[in-house]
Design a protein around this ligand. Structure first.
Ligand code: MN
Length: 254
């Protein structure tokens, strides 16, 4: 039986990146596309509880069929796996995102969160992002997506692990190779642009600059800068174990 592949993203079902991903893997398996109806970048792992989650069947070109979901990337994965798909997927791929998801962006990223949700559900999952916001070379990222899809279908992924993939925006023959990396430490230095609306009310646009923290050796950030495809295994074990004894040493009582 052909593997069943679920595709999602956070740029929305009409984004060019999700079409590039679909085209790259559609002959490898039976592909189902379930993605937000509009852009949901930087919504992180949000889920929709206070509103109904509407769905709409979508067709793009001749083959591409899917569901547009009025919800978040994490909603899409939950809904697809639980309700929309006849059998659970063998692999979930989220992307191809326009823009890198390295360093602290992994936390904010809806693209990564779709793959995280997949890993939580026990399904091998991969997020793939193209490190540019202009003139995207989708074919490079599509090649990487196809190559890794074949590999994950053959090998599987370790439990509770998602693969976070970032592709440099350059022609394939100028990509230096694949680097296995760790998530670089970084944060955004917030910039709020202050504006006034026609009624005289103040509002803000959030913007930010990525600030790198500490040594970048071996990180996703460095691999991209050096022209490599970055492969980072990610899991979520949120307890800071080293701090447990320190906190116990507080000897707190009520
Ligand atoms: Mn995005």
């Amino acid at each position: 039986m052909k593997p069943h592949i679920l595709i999602c993203n956070d740029d929305g079902i009409y984004a060019p990146g999700i079409m590039a991903l679909y085209e790259a893997v559609r002959d490898i398996g039976e592909v189902t596309v379930v993605a937000p109806d509009a852009e949901q970048s930087a919504v992180g792992h949000a889920i929709t509880l206070s509103n109904p989650i509407k769905i709409k069947r979508v067709r793009r070109n001749a083959q591409f069929k899917g569901y547009a979901v009025v919800g978040t990337p994490a909603d899409c994965i939950k809904l697809a796996v639980t309700v929309l798909m006849e059998r659970p997927p063998d692999l979930i791929i989220s992307g191809i995102n326009l823009g890198p998801n390295v360093g602290i962006s992994v936390i904010y990223s809806g693209t990564v969160s779709a793959a995280t949700e997949g890993a939580i559900l026990g399904i091998p999952s991969m997020a793939i992002s193209l490190a540019t916001f202009e003139d995207p070379l989708w074919e490079t990222a599509a090649h990487v997506a196809r190559r890794l899809t074949q590999e994950i279908i053959a090998r599987g992924l370790p439990a509770d692990t998602l693969l976070n993939v970032n592709v440099p925006n350059r022609p394939l023959d100028q990509v230096k190779g694949l680097a296995v990396t760790r998530v670089g430490r970084s944060r955004f230095a917030e910039i709020f642009h202050k504006r006034t609306n026609p009624r005289g009310d103040t509002y803000y646009w959030m913007d930010g600059e990525l600030r790198i923290i500490g040594d970048t050796a071996g990180t996703d950030i460095q691999a991209l800068a050096d022209g490599f495809v970055s492969l980072t295994p990610i899991w979520f074990d949120l307890t800071h174990t080293a701090v447990l004894p320190k906190l116990r040493d507080w000897n707190l009582t009520l």
